[in-house]
Design a protein around this ligand. Sequence first.
Ligand SMILES: N[C@@H](CCC(=O)N[C@@H](CS)C(=O)NCC(=O)O)C(=O)O
Length: 264
Amino acid sequence: MSATKKQRTQPPYELLYWPSIPGRGEFIRLVFEATHTPYTDTANESKDGIQAVLACKDEQLTRDDDGNPPAFAPPALRIPGEGKGGKSLVLYQTPSILSYLGGRLGLAGADEVEAHWILSHALTALDLNNEVHDTHHPTAIAKYYEDQKEEALKKAEDFRDVRLPKFLGFFERVLKGNEEEGKGKYLVGGKLSYADTTLWHVLSGLKFAFPKELEAREEEFPTLFGIFYSSVQGEKGIKEYLVSDRRKPFSMGIFRHYPELDRQ
Ligand SMILES: N[C@@H](CCC(=O)N[C@@H](CS)C(=O)NCC(=O)O)C(=O)O
Protein backbone atom coordinates (compact mmCIF):
# COMPACT_ATOMS: atom_id res chain seq x y z
CA MET A 1 0.00 0.00 0.00
CA SER A 2 1.36 3.45 -0.85
CA ALA A 3 2.13 5.91 1.94
CA THR A 4 -0.60 8.25 0.66
CA LYS A 5 -3.28 5.58 0.72
CA LYS A 6 -2.11 4.48 4.19
CA GLN A 7 -2.30 8.08 5.35
CA ARG A 8 -6.00 8.06 4.51
CA THR A 9 -6.74 4.71 6.16
CA GLN A 10 -4.59 4.86 9.31
CA PRO A 11 -5.25 7.11 12.29
CA PRO A 12 -2.56 9.79 12.73
CA TYR A 13 -0.20 8.08 15.17
CA GLU A 14 1.86 10.42 17.35
CA LEU A 15 4.91 9.02 19.13
CA LEU A 16 5.75 10.94 22.30
CA TYR A 17 9.38 10.28 23.18
CA TRP A 18 12.60 12.14 24.02
CA PRO A 19 14.36 13.64 20.98
CA SER A 20 17.76 12.72 19.47
CA ILE A 21 18.26 9.21 20.92
CA PRO A 22 16.82 5.85 19.85
CA GLY A 23 15.87 4.94 23.46
CA ARG A 24 12.75 2.91 24.09
CA GLY A 25 10.98 5.00 21.45
CA GLU A 26 12.90 2.97 18.88
CA PHE A 27 10.84 -0.15 19.54
CA ILE A 28 7.75 1.81 18.50
CA ARG A 29 9.40 3.50 15.51
CA LEU A 30 10.47 0.11 14.16
CA VAL A 31 6.92 -1.24 13.95
CA PHE A 32 5.83 1.84 12.01
CA GLU A 33 8.85 1.70 9.74
CA ALA A 34 8.61 -2.06 9.12
CA THR A 35 5.00 -1.64 7.98
CA HIS A 36 5.46 1.68 6.12
CA THR A 37 2.92 3.24 8.48
CA PRO A 38 2.94 7.06 8.66
CA TYR A 39 3.56 8.51 12.14
CA THR A 40 4.70 11.71 13.77
CA ASP A 41 7.80 11.55 15.95
CA THR A 42 6.66 14.64 17.82
CA ALA A 43 9.81 15.70 19.71
CA ASN A 44 12.14 14.97 16.78
CA GLU A 45 9.96 16.73 14.22
CA SER A 46 9.15 20.04 15.87
CA LYS A 47 11.10 22.36 18.11
CA ASP A 48 8.45 22.53 20.83
CA GLY A 49 7.36 18.87 20.41
CA ILE A 50 9.17 18.08 23.66
CA GLN A 51 6.36 19.96 25.45
CA ALA A 52 3.88 17.22 24.48
CA VAL A 53 6.26 14.59 25.89
CA LEU A 54 6.62 16.49 29.15
CA ALA A 55 2.86 17.11 29.35
CA CYS A 56 1.86 13.44 29.12
CA LYS A 57 4.10 12.56 32.08
CA ASP A 58 3.42 15.71 34.12
CA GLU A 59 3.65 14.66 37.75
CA GLN A 60 0.66 16.86 38.72
CA LEU A 61 -1.61 15.20 36.14
CA THR A 62 -4.36 12.81 37.27
CA ARG A 63 -6.04 12.54 33.86
CA ASP A 64 -5.82 14.57 30.65
CA ASP A 65 -8.61 16.52 28.87
CA ASP A 66 -9.53 13.39 26.91
CA GLY A 67 -9.86 11.21 30.02
CA ASN A 68 -6.54 9.40 29.70
CA PRO A 69 -4.50 8.60 32.81
CA PRO A 70 -1.02 10.16 33.00
CA ALA A 71 1.93 8.30 31.51
CA PHE A 72 4.54 7.15 34.03
CA ALA A 73 7.39 7.66 31.56
CA PRO A 74 7.90 7.93 27.78
CA PRO A 75 7.42 6.37 25.29
CA ALA A 76 3.73 7.18 24.95
CA LEU A 77 1.52 7.02 21.88
CA ARG A 78 -1.35 9.41 21.10
CA ILE A 79 -3.99 8.28 18.63
CA PRO A 80 -6.56 11.00 17.88
CA GLY A 81 -10.12 9.67 17.58
CA GLU A 82 -9.40 6.25 19.08
CA GLY A 83 -10.04 7.05 22.76
CA LYS A 84 -13.27 6.99 24.77
CA GLY A 85 -16.10 8.96 23.10
CA GLY A 86 -14.01 9.45 19.95
CA LYS A 87 -11.40 11.50 21.80
CA SER A 88 -7.65 10.93 21.73
CA LEU A 89 -6.27 7.73 23.20
CA VAL A 90 -2.93 7.95 25.02
CA LEU A 91 -1.07 4.72 25.80
CA TYR A 92 2.23 4.28 27.59
CA GLN A 93 4.59 1.36 28.46
CA THR A 94 6.51 0.04 25.45
CA PRO A 95 4.99 -3.49 25.45
CA SER A 96 1.45 -2.17 25.81
CA ILE A 97 1.98 0.14 22.82
CA LEU A 98 3.62 -2.65 20.81
CA SER A 99 0.79 -5.05 21.47
CA TYR A 100 -1.83 -2.40 20.51
CA LEU A 101 -0.02 -1.54 17.27
CA GLY A 102 0.97 -5.13 16.54
CA GLY A 103 -2.68 -6.16 16.26
CA ARG A 104 -3.52 -3.24 13.99
CA LEU A 105 -0.44 -3.31 11.77
CA GLY A 106 -0.22 -7.07 11.17
CA LEU A 107 2.79 -7.70 13.40
CA ALA A 108 1.06 -9.78 16.08
CA GLY A 109 0.89 -13.26 14.55
CA ALA A 110 -1.72 -15.34 12.80
CA ASP A 111 -3.97 -16.06 15.80
CA GLU A 112 -4.46 -15.44 19.52
CA VAL A 113 -1.93 -18.08 20.56
CA GLU A 114 0.78 -16.53 18.38
CA ALA A 115 -0.19 -13.05 19.65
CA HIS A 116 0.57 -14.16 23.22
CA TRP A 117 3.83 -15.88 22.28
CA ILE A 118 4.88 -12.69 20.49
CA LEU A 119 4.07 -10.57 23.54
CA SER A 120 6.02 -12.98 25.79
CA HIS A 121 9.10 -12.85 23.55
CA ALA A 122 8.92 -9.06 23.22
CA LEU A 123 8.75 -8.77 27.02
CA THR A 124 11.81 -11.02 27.33
CA ALA A 125 13.75 -8.90 24.81
CA LEU A 126 12.72 -5.80 26.81
CA ASP A 127 13.96 -7.50 30.01
CA LEU A 128 17.32 -7.90 28.28
CA ASN A 129 17.15 -4.22 27.27
CA ASN A 130 16.60 -3.28 30.95
CA GLU A 131 19.52 -5.44 32.08
CA VAL A 132 21.78 -3.63 29.60
CA HIS A 133 20.71 -0.34 31.15
CA ASP A 134 21.58 -1.67 34.61
CA THR A 135 25.17 -2.46 33.59
CA HIS A 136 26.00 1.27 33.50
CA HIS A 137 23.46 2.32 36.16
CA PRO A 138 23.47 -0.55 38.68
CA THR A 139 22.74 1.44 41.84
CA ALA A 140 20.96 4.73 41.04
CA ILE A 141 19.11 5.71 37.84
CA ALA A 142 19.37 9.43 38.58
CA LYS A 143 23.12 9.44 39.36
CA TYR A 144 26.03 9.69 36.90
CA TYR A 145 27.75 6.57 35.60
CA GLU A 146 31.03 7.90 37.02
CA ASP A 147 29.50 7.82 40.52
CA GLN A 148 28.68 4.10 40.27
CA LYS A 149 31.53 2.89 38.09
CA GLU A 150 32.87 0.38 40.60
CA GLU A 151 29.48 -1.37 40.88
CA ALA A 152 29.03 -1.05 37.10
CA LEU A 153 32.24 -3.01 36.48
CA LYS A 154 30.94 -5.88 38.63
CA LYS A 155 27.45 -5.74 37.14
CA ALA A 156 28.80 -5.73 33.58
CA GLU A 157 31.04 -8.72 34.26
CA ASP A 158 28.07 -10.75 35.53
CA PHE A 159 25.96 -9.53 32.62
CA ARG A 160 28.57 -10.61 30.05
CA ASP A 161 29.37 -13.95 31.67
CA VAL A 162 25.95 -15.09 32.90
CA ARG A 163 22.94 -13.09 31.79
CA LEU A 164 23.83 -12.30 28.18
CA PRO A 165 24.52 -15.93 27.13
CA LYS A 166 21.36 -17.01 28.94
CA PHE A 167 19.20 -14.56 26.94
CA LEU A 168 20.99 -15.23 23.63
CA GLY A 169 20.76 -18.98 24.16
CA PHE A 170 17.06 -18.67 24.89
CA PHE A 171 16.33 -16.80 21.66
CA GLU A 172 18.52 -19.23 19.68
CA ARG A 173 16.34 -22.08 21.03
CA VAL A 174 13.12 -20.22 20.18
CA LEU A 175 14.31 -19.66 16.60
CA LYS A 176 15.35 -23.33 16.29
CA GLY A 177 11.98 -24.47 17.65
CA ASN A 178 10.21 -22.38 15.03
CA GLU A 179 12.61 -23.32 12.20
CA GLU A 180 10.06 -25.22 10.12
CA GLU A 181 7.81 -22.18 9.68
CA GLY A 182 10.15 -19.33 10.56
CA LYS A 183 13.31 -20.57 8.76
CA GLY A 184 15.44 -18.91 11.44
CA LYS A 185 14.05 -15.54 10.37
CA TYR A 186 11.09 -15.21 12.74
CA LEU A 187 10.58 -16.01 16.41
CA VAL A 188 6.92 -16.96 15.93
CA GLY A 189 5.17 -18.37 12.85
CA GLY A 190 6.20 -17.56 9.30
CA LYS A 191 5.99 -13.79 9.31
CA LEU A 192 7.66 -10.74 10.87
CA SER A 193 6.29 -9.68 14.28
CA TYR A 194 7.00 -6.91 16.75
CA ALA A 195 8.92 -9.48 18.86
CA ASP A 196 11.38 -9.78 15.94
CA THR A 197 11.85 -6.01 15.52
CA THR A 198 12.19 -5.58 19.30
CA LEU A 199 14.81 -8.32 19.65
CA TRP A 200 16.64 -7.03 16.57
CA HIS A 201 16.99 -3.56 18.08
CA VAL A 202 18.31 -4.95 21.37
CA LEU A 203 20.90 -7.00 19.44
CA SER A 204 21.93 -3.95 17.42
CA GLY A 205 22.35 -2.00 20.67
CA LEU A 206 24.40 -4.81 22.21
CA LYS A 207 26.72 -4.77 19.21
CA PHE A 208 27.25 -1.05 19.83
CA ALA A 209 27.66 -1.28 23.61
CA PHE A 210 29.68 -4.51 23.91
CA PRO A 211 31.39 -4.96 20.51
CA LYS A 212 34.14 -7.30 21.75
CA GLU A 213 31.79 -9.47 23.78
CA LEU A 214 29.37 -9.82 20.89
CA GLU A 215 32.08 -10.56 18.37
CA ALA A 216 33.43 -13.31 20.60
CA ARG A 217 30.00 -14.85 21.14
CA GLU A 218 28.31 -14.58 17.73
CA GLU A 219 29.30 -18.02 16.53
CA GLU A 220 27.80 -19.66 19.63
CA PHE A 221 24.38 -18.54 18.35
CA PRO A 222 24.40 -19.26 14.60
CA THR A 223 20.68 -18.88 13.93
CA LEU A 224 20.38 -15.64 15.89
CA PHE A 225 23.37 -13.91 14.33
CA GLY A 226 23.75 -15.90 11.10
CA ILE A 227 20.13 -15.70 9.90
CA PHE A 228 17.76 -13.76 12.16
CA TYR A 229 19.76 -10.55 12.60
CA SER A 230 20.47 -9.94 8.92
CA SER A 231 17.01 -11.05 7.88
CA VAL A 232 15.19 -8.52 10.10
CA GLN A 233 17.70 -5.85 9.10
CA GLY A 234 16.97 -6.66 5.46
CA GLU A 235 13.16 -6.20 5.77
CA LYS A 236 12.32 -3.50 3.22
CA GLY A 237 10.90 -0.92 5.63
CA ILE A 238 13.69 -1.46 8.18
CA LYS A 239 16.42 -1.29 5.55
CA GLU A 240 15.10 2.02 4.23
CA TYR A 241 14.72 3.39 7.74
CA LEU A 242 18.27 2.52 8.80
CA VAL A 243 19.78 4.72 6.11
CA SER A 244 17.37 7.60 6.79
CA ASP A 245 18.01 10.48 9.17
CA ARG A 246 15.04 9.26 11.24
CA ARG A 247 17.29 6.53 12.72
CA LYS A 248 19.23 8.25 15.50
CA PRO A 249 22.70 6.99 16.43
CA PHE A 250 23.30 5.28 19.77
CA SER A 251 24.94 7.66 22.23
CA MET A 252 24.18 8.15 25.92
CA GLY A 253 20.87 6.30 26.20
CA ILE A 254 20.27 2.68 27.21
CA PHE A 255 23.04 1.36 24.96
CA ARG A 256 26.32 3.11 25.80
CA HIS A 257 29.80 2.09 24.81
CA TYR A 258 32.08 2.19 27.83
CA PRO A 259 35.14 0.12 26.75
CA GLU A 260 35.87 -0.83 30.38
CA LEU A 261 32.49 -2.60 30.65
CA ASP A 262 33.14 -4.70 27.54
CA ARG A 263 35.16 -7.97 27.39
CA GLN A 264 38.82 -7.17 28.17
N1 LIG B 1 8.87 0.08 31.30
C1 LIG B 1 8.77 1.37 30.69
C2 LIG B 1 10.02 2.17 31.02
C3 LIG B 1 9.92 3.59 30.57
C4 LIG B 1 11.20 4.36 30.84
O1 LIG B 1 12.00 4.01 31.71
N2 LIG B 1 11.37 5.45 30.08
C5 LIG B 1 12.58 6.25 30.22
C6 LIG B 1 13.09 6.66 28.87
S1 LIG B 1 13.54 5.25 27.91
C7 LIG B 1 12.24 7.51 30.99
O2 LIG B 1 12.08 8.58 30.45
N3 LIG B 1 12.18 7.35 32.30
C8 LIG B 1 11.92 8.43 33.18
C9 LIG B 1 11.54 7.91 34.55
O3 LIG B 1 11.46 6.70 34.74
O4 LIG B 1 11.32 8.75 35.41
C10 LIG B 1 8.59 1.19 29.18
O5 LIG B 1 9.07 0.21 28.65
O6 LIG B 1 7.95 2.04 28.54
